[in-house]
Design a protein around this ligand. Structure first.
Ligand code: G
Ligand code: G
Ligand code: MN
Ligand code: NA
Length: 254
């Protein structure tokens, strides 16, 4: 089938959804942020994860309008969470390289931030190592302009790409997200946990906070705490949840 046309229609018909995965702060024991993760509620194939359509969206350029839909929805939901009393939650949104090449990114973000009355410092954009390492002038200047607004950036899937630390330190990145593939082996193989410990140390030397992804067990959480990671995300805390379920989860938290 023509998947591109199908996704284009899905966007128009409102078949996309965002699920939100909570992030736990290890020091306070509180939920301090959310990561927005897109899903496609396909009329025939059911709920599809991003791996089923994001690569195609990136290749076709559809990631640009899709990405604007994601940002608009995430800001709308963040506004309602803040108004509902969860007023110190951060929102992390994944951004593809292609979205940075679009000249409307800055003006659109500015407009949405204004419309929703959200202080930009509650916003974080997650970029992959591969996107950051392209060293594009456009990406750098957009990052710096957004950084001036107060928006933060994190490096997603850290450890799976090839970051040059010289390059990293020239970008306004404040957070490293350790990829779940590293967390997965931690309590099983000592070598893996030493690797994670070294990654946390490296992040701290670069003055970056650490979020560990894919945390599924209390053993992993305790090791990460010992190593000094600031936040964890993973099934141990919660799966990504639709907004209604997230609200329920957050009210049980308090
Ligand atoms: O939801 P899931 O855990 O399967 O997410 C897999 C990956 O899909 C995420 O790590 C992220 O890189 C990507 N992804 C999820 N939502 C978005 C989105 O809104 N935009 C972009 N560009 N990537 C996303
Ligand atoms: O942005 P990124 O591709 O890293 O998104 C995280 C992905 O990992 C999402 O697809 C999410 O559904 C998934 N995920 C989140 N928590 C866990 C977890 O604890 N274990 C595993 N295996 N996957 C997770
Ligand atoms: Mn991510
Ligand atoms: Na990731």
């Amino acid at each position: 089938a023509d998947q591109e046309g199908e996704l284009r229609r899905a966007l128009r018909r409102g078949e996309l959804e965002l699920h939100y995965q909570p992030r736990l702060c290890l020091e306070s024991g509180r939920i301090v942020g959310l990561e927005a993760l897109v899903r496609w509620l396909h009329p025939e194939r059911g709920l599809l994860g991003p791996d089923a359509f994001i690569p195609m969206a990136e290749e076709s350029g559809l990631i640009v309008p899709l990405g604007y839909w994601v940002i608009a929805r995430a800001l709308r939901d963040l506004q309602s969470l803040h108004e509902g009393g969860a007023d110190s939650l951060h929102m992390a949104i994944n951004l593809s390289f292609r979205q940075f090449q679009d000249s409307q990114l800055l003006p659109t973000l500015n407009r949405l931030i204004e419309e929703r009355g959200i202080d930009p410092h509650w916003l974080e954009f997650e970029l992959t190592e591969t996107a950051v390492m392209r060293r594009s002038e456009q990406v750098q200047s957009a990052m710096h302009a957004l950084g001036e607004l107060g928006v933060r950036f994190s490096l997603d899937d850290f450890g799976t790409g090839f970051s040059s630390f010289v390059h990293l330190s020239s970008l306004p990145i404040t957070l490293l997200k350790i990829d779940k593939s590293f967390v997965a082996g931690m309590a099983v193989r000592p070598g893996k946990s030493q690797l994670v410990q070294a990654m946390v140390g490296l992040a701290h030397n670069l003055d970056l906070d650490v979020v560990a992804e894919g945390v599924e067990t209390t053993e992993q959480l305790e090791l990460l705490r010992q190593f000094g990671a600031q936040q964890v995300q993973g099934y141990l805390v919660s799966q990504p949840l639709p907004l209604a379920e997230l609200l329920h989860f957050m009210s049980a938290e308090r």
